[in-house]
Design a protein around this ligand. Structure first.
Ligand SMILES: Cc1cc2nc3c(=O)[nH]c(=O)nc-3n(C[C@H](O)[C@H](O)[C@H](O)COP(=O)(O)OP(=O)(O)OC[C@H]3O[C@@H](n4cnc5c(N)ncnc54)[C@H](O)[C@@H]3O)c2cc1C
Length: 422
């Protein structure tokens, strides 16, 4: 179990860790891959449930823009391991990829399990030993790695390099539960608070609306928050709203929640119609039709959209232009985001100021970080896995450089031959 002083230990076997593990150590065998859970890649498998969105096909500048303020720090890693490399990796494991109509990239099987199986076989072939049910709890005073195992506490002599890829904290039952935060914080490492991202909104619906419409999709809508607008679909839930369009506004919603304790969103229930055209349609007499029938026929609204419009705003404005404005910009008040247990990902994590260009902790030379535990955030669309893979590969390269040069600082050291399984 022990890693030698020339080895690399990788802790965290989700998406990013196994990528970093592929390098191995020159002069020593490939380091072990530790994970707290009884099996690897549980969140990766969960990501495959609704179609594994590996990455996105858009051009690199637009792609990098998705990471907002973190894009500059992620750029070298993603340029070194872009979407095309991730697709090549999947194809090398026998899973051809396809580009969906939205530009998202999926394995042809849509699933994660065939990829994960092939990946684990490849790691086994590289001689990478798995140490499962090993929960890393920190460092000893001399830098040894401390673990909790079913057999009790275990101490692993300090390896020459360690890659931590412990994930964020969403869906904690899949392994990544953020328990590393106090460990790193007590080592003096700055960690931005971990928050739900790509999470549903919490909205207090009336009981009657929630009962009637929870589980119903809102199709072809646009949602705006903080000057950003996204078009697509959303799903009404008992406690609010979820779906890709909502998730894409995560950062804007978080900013408003931080500032005001609530976020005001505006829903456009007919984004394909101008307000003037809608007002003209709504000027038609209602005659003896019920309000719902009239709204369905004149404004083309589905029952769930009509329910939303009427939710809390009865009676509806009688003047066509005012009603048209309401349909085009229906205000919604979100009291928060869904709980972390249900979020697709988390924002926050180890701040970039703690990391050098090789993703090595400046305060702990020889320890490299990868994946969602670093302070970046991105919308769904394949950007999450892409950044996990790219930072995993970058941390692996950094760890190899660190070993081959015997340096305590990896930044700016170039030219070391990199062995990689990708
Ligand atoms: C429902 C769902 C759907 C998703 N769909 C997509 C998608 O389609 N496309 C996309 O790009 N992203 C998707 N994601 C997000 C993506 O799965 C994650 O961003 C990605 O898995 C994060 O990789 P990671 O390696 O950083 O962390 P993880 O995959 O969470 O892996 C972390 C690993 O570290 C281990 N660990 C944690 N703490 C310790 C410790 N102290 N000691 C030892 N081991 C520890 C955990 O057991 C775990 O195996 C989805 C997420 C969810 C929840």
């Amino acid at each position: 179990m022990a890693a030698t002083k020339t080895g690399i230990a990788v802790i965290g076997g989700g998406a990013a860790g196994p990528v970093g593990a592929g390098g191995g150590a020159p002069g020593g065998g490939p380091g072990p891959l530790y994970d707290a859970m009884p099996s690897l890649g549980r969140k990766f498998l969960m990501a495959g449930r609704g179609g594994l969105n590996l990455t996105h096909s858009e051009e690199i500048e637009a792609f990098l823009g998705r990471y907002r303020e973190a894009s500059g720090r992620l750029r070298p890693a993603i340029e070194a391991f872009p979407a095309q490399s991730l697709r090549g990796w999947a194809e090398g494991l026998g899973e051809e990829t396809l580009v969906g109509s939205s530009g998202r990239v999926f394995p042809r099987s849509w699933k994660a399990s065939p990829l994960l199986r092939a990946w684990l076989r490849r790691l086994g072939g590289l001689g990478i030993r798995l140490a499962l049910r090993h929960r890393w709890t920190g460092w000893s005073a001399t830098g040894d790695l401390l673990f909790e195992t079913p057999e009790g506490r275990a101490t692993v002599p300090a390896p020459a390099a360690t890659i931590l890829a412990l994930g964020g904290a969403s869906w904690p039952r899949l392994g990544a539960d953020g328990s590393w935060v106090p460990v790193l914080a007590s080592a003096g490492i700055e960690v931005a608070p971990i928050r739900p991202s790509n999470a549903g909104l919490r909205i207090s619906w009336s009981e009657i609306f929630a009962r009637r419409f929870a589980g119903r999709p809102l199709k072809r809508i646009a949602i705006s928050c903080g000057g950003e607008t996204r078009r697509g679909e959303a799903m009404i839930t008992e406690t609010g709203m979820e779906g890709g369009t909502v998730y894409a506004l995560s950062a804007a919603v978080r900013a408003q929640l931080d500032r005001a304790g609530e976020a005001i969103l505006h829903l456009d229930l007919r984004p394909d119609l101008s307000e003037a055209a809608l007002a003209a349609a709504l000027s038609r007499p209602r005659a003896r039709q019920s309000l719902s029938t009239w709204l369905r026929k004149t404004a083309g609204l589905a029952p769930v959209a009509i329910g939303l419009l009427r939710e809390g705003t009865e009676p509806l404005p009688a003047e066509a232009p005012v009603l048209a404005r309401r349909i085009k910009a229906l205000p919604l008040r979100a009291e928060g985001t869904a709980w972390i247990e249900r979020a697709i990902s988390t924002a926050g994590g180890v701040r970039f100021c703690e990391l050098d260009a090789d993703f090595m902790l400046r305060k702990r030379p020889g320890t490299f970080l990868a994946g969602e535990m670093i302070d970046w955030d991105a919308p769904t669309g394949g950007y999450l896995l892409q950044a996990c893979f790219a930072t995993g590969a970058a941390a692996g390269r950094g760890a190899l450089r660190h070993l081959s040069h015997g340096l305590s600082g990896g930044a700016g050291v170039d030219g070391a031959p990199i062995r990689s399984h990708l």
